[in-house]
Design a binder for this molecule. Structure first.
Ligand SMILES: Cc1ncc(COP(=O)(O)O)c(C=O)c1O
Length: 456
């Protein structure tokens, strides 16, 4: 594609590096430039509208523009546009936001730490796990376990925690302390005749075996997303977390729930931890915390962790951790207003009401010749494309079927997330019933196009 010199696309190609993008192809194809948003739709610079059925990066919970939040940011910038929270400093919005998070936490939590992104939240939680075991005299507990295909962020430790080899290769990662247990993708990975409960038991046995192999006294923490997002919107099979948590308790391993995607009603409860009965020691949260209108993340820690932090602070004179923009008053004020909006519109009730509609609307595509499986919970769902769904025979990778459906969907005005041969949906939580119908209709057209192309 050739662009006019000085057009925004040409200037983009000449100046911007795009993440998670084939950089060579970007030089040829150029960017899709979005100019504005309204509800769950975004508009490109030609005026075309798209329903973004993954809320950007699973985060724009209230849609893509907000006058009300703009006013809050404006007022806060005029009052106190920046101050830090190092060395005993504080500000009113950050205090109120921390209180709110402690009030709505799914299990009793003691304190909140703030950062600017999900990666930094997980990075902080990893450091706190190490800090905890050092405080209680077991500094050799340094290994951290997550799961193959988990995604926890992109800073050095957070991406090491992520079980996605494509994000390690070429960077000399992962870092040494990280280990990965089984990917709990029931549909793809269950044995013939194996029930979800049996599969979950097998996953828990594999975790137990990994811990035994590494040495239980070397393990600091286990991290998990309640529903795996970037791994393909993988809902845990029945009984999974109950069995996994029993193993963690057996070896006294800290449990960190990465609620960066699931937090704030995505799964039909305020937290994924409530949907799946998790009892974490720490919770990391971002994205819908501020409905993505400001970069802010939070780590909630329980008394056990906080008490150890106090011990360390006594010992070393200081909690030597932090970021310049942690507890930023503008980000905190916006996040606090987002929490008010969630209450006003009963975000959990909304997700409970609209979740089943999303599941049934897209569930109807289970019979499509390209589709092997559809499953999800609340307002998150994954569709697995399969050459032969009943016999679970995947498509030849070279056919790149997932990306073909993604491109066809875009032509029909639908943005979705493609993970290999999985199509992933996590629309803004303010999606309306009509838009859910429209997602189903546009997706059906895209699937038909690709099926015709493949002559399936
Ligand atoms: C579950 C999960 N954790 C952490 C992150 C990292 O968040 P961020 O991109 O804000 O650093 C993501 C991002 O998609 C995520 O999905």
């Amino acid at each position: 594609m050739s662009y006019l010199p000085n057009s925004p696309a040409a200037r983009d190609i000449a100046s911007v590096v795009h993440m998670q993008t084939n950089l060579r192809r970007h030089q040829e194809e150029g960017p899709l430039i979005m100019t504005r948003g309204s509800g769950c739709r975004v508009y490109d610079d030609t005026g075309r509208d798209y329903i973004d059925s993954v809320a950007g990066l699973w985060c724009a919970a209230l849609g893509f523009a907000s006058e009300r939040l703009a006013r809050v940011a404006y007022a806060q910038m005029r009052e106190l546009g920046y101050y830090h929270i190092y060395r005993h400093r504080s500000n009113e919005p950050v205090i109120a936001l921390a209180e709110k998070l402690l009030e709505i936490a799914p299990v009793p939590m003691a304190r909140v730490l703030f950062q600017c992104s999900g990666s930094e939240a997980n990075e902080t939680a990893i450091k706190l796990a190490w800090y905890y075991w050092d405080a209680v005299g077991k500094p050799r507990r340094t290994r951290i376990i997550s799961r193959h295909m988990a995604y926890h962020g992109n800073t050095c430790a957070a991406v090491s925690l992520s079980g996605k080899p494509d994000m390690h290769v070429g960077f000399g990662l992962p870092l040494a302390p990280f280990r990965y247990t089984e990917f709990p993708h029931y549909y793809r990975r269950h044995e013939p005749g194996e029930t979800e409960e049996q599969f979950s038991a097998r996953m828990a046995e594999a975790l137990d075996a990994l811990i035994q192999a590494e040495g239980p006294d070397s393990i600091a923490a286990f991290f998990a997303e309640p529903v795996m997002g970037a791994g393909g919107a993988i809902v845990p099979p029945r009984g999974y977390f109950e069995k996994i948590q029993a193993v963690l308790r057996k070896y006294d391993i800290l449990f960190v729930a990465d609620e960066v995607i699931c937090g704030f009603a995505r799964t039909g409860e305020m937290w994924g931890s409530q949907t799946y009965g998790l009892r974490p020691d720490m919770i990391t949260s971002a994205k819908a915390l501020s409905a993505a209108m400001q970069p802010i993340s939070a780590v909630l820690v329980n008394d056990r962790i906080h008490d150890a932090m106090l011990v360390q602070s006594d010992r070393h004179g200081n909690f030597a951790h932090g970021f310049t923009y942690a507890g930023h008053p503008v980000a905190a004020a916006v996040a606090l207003e987002v929490q008010r909006i969630y209450e006003e519109i009963d975000i959990v009730g909304r997700a409970r009401r609209l979740g089943p509609l999303l599941q049934s609307t897209l569930g109807r595509l289970a019979d499509h010749p390209l589709v092997g499986d559809v499953r999800g919970t609340g307002l998150i769902l994954g569709i697995e494309l399969m050459h032969d769904g009943s016999r679970r025979i995947p498509f030849d990778r070279a056919l790149d079927v997932g990306n073909r459906v993604g491109s066809a969907a875009r032509k029909h005005g639908l943005i979705l997330r493609v993970v290999g041969d999985r199509l992933v949906f996590a629309p803004p939580l303010v999606i309306e019933e009509d838009d859910i119908g429209e997602i189903g209709a546009r997706l059906a057209r895209a699937l038909d196009d690709v099926a015709a192309d493949l002559a399936v």
